[in-house]
Each structure stands twice: as structure tokens, then as C-alpha cells.
Design a protein around this ligand. Structure first.
Ligand code: FES
Length: 117
């Protein structure tokens, strides 16, 4: 795959994937969904040679938007995504992280105040 990374994010980037499991109600975590964290980890490793920034991946607790999950948030961009497959994660990696173009079709329609480091 040819990568055009000229607009790659150039600030340290933090990706939080909710791995919370609740016993009642909707949540992000499940045996099947736990694989998403590992898949994103592999994608970061795979595309690392093209990255202009450090990308830190974290498995988070509940992000407070359970009914919209599975949830992933990228800081400091403060972009929230709902994803459901490896292909979604790859699209976020290639388009958002590498090319600086948020993946509109996966963006949640809510935002939190900007992250301050
Ligand atoms: S369980 Fe993932 S946001 Fe609450």
C-alpha cells in the first residue's frame, strides 16, 4: 500500500480504546472486542516507519459513552470514533493518524472539551 503521509499528525498522539466490561447494559468490552486493542497495536507497529509523531495506545476504562460503543478517542485532537471492525481501525490509522484526515463516517456526534496536557 502506498502511503502519502505528508499531512501525518506531527504532535504526540494518544489513542484510548475503551476496554471496559459491564455486567449490565451496553458496553464496549467483550471477548471479541478485546482483539481490537491488539489489532490497533499491530497497525501502529506496521505503520510506525511512516509516522511523524509518537503514538501511544492505551486501553481505557469506561469513557462514559457506552451506548455509542465500542469507543475510541484520539487526543489531543479530541476526535471520538465508533468502530466495529479491523477495517475501521485501519481506516482510522491510515486516514487520521497518517494523513491527518479524520474519518467522518466513524466520528461520534459528541465532543468533550479539548484535552490539555
Ligand atoms: S463501556 Fe465503553 S464507554 Fe462505557
Amino acid at each position: 500500500m502506498e502511503i502519502e503521509a505528508s499531512n501525518s499528525l506531527n504532535h504526540d498522539t494518544y489513542i484510548f480504546i475503551c476496554g471496559n466490561r459491564r455486567t449490565v447494559g451496553t458496553c464496549c468490552g467483550s471477548d471479541e472486542r478485546d482483539q481490537f486493542f491488539e489489532q490497533m497495536k499491530q497497525l501502529i507497529k506496521q505503520y510506525k516507519p511512516h509516522l511523524k509523531c509518537k503514538v501511544k495506545l492505551n486501553k481505557s476504562g469506561c469513557l462514559g459513552h457506552c451506548v455509542h460503543g465500542p469507543n475510541l478517542v484520539i487526543f489531543p485532537d479530541n476526535i471520538w470514533y465508533r468502530f466495529s471492525s479491523y477495517d475501521d481501525l485501519k481506516e482510522i490509522m491510515v486516514e487520521h493518524i497518517l494523513q491527518g484526515i479524520p474519518v467522518k463516517r466513524l466520528i461520534q456526534n459528541f465532543q468533550l472539551p479539548p484535552f490539555e496536557a
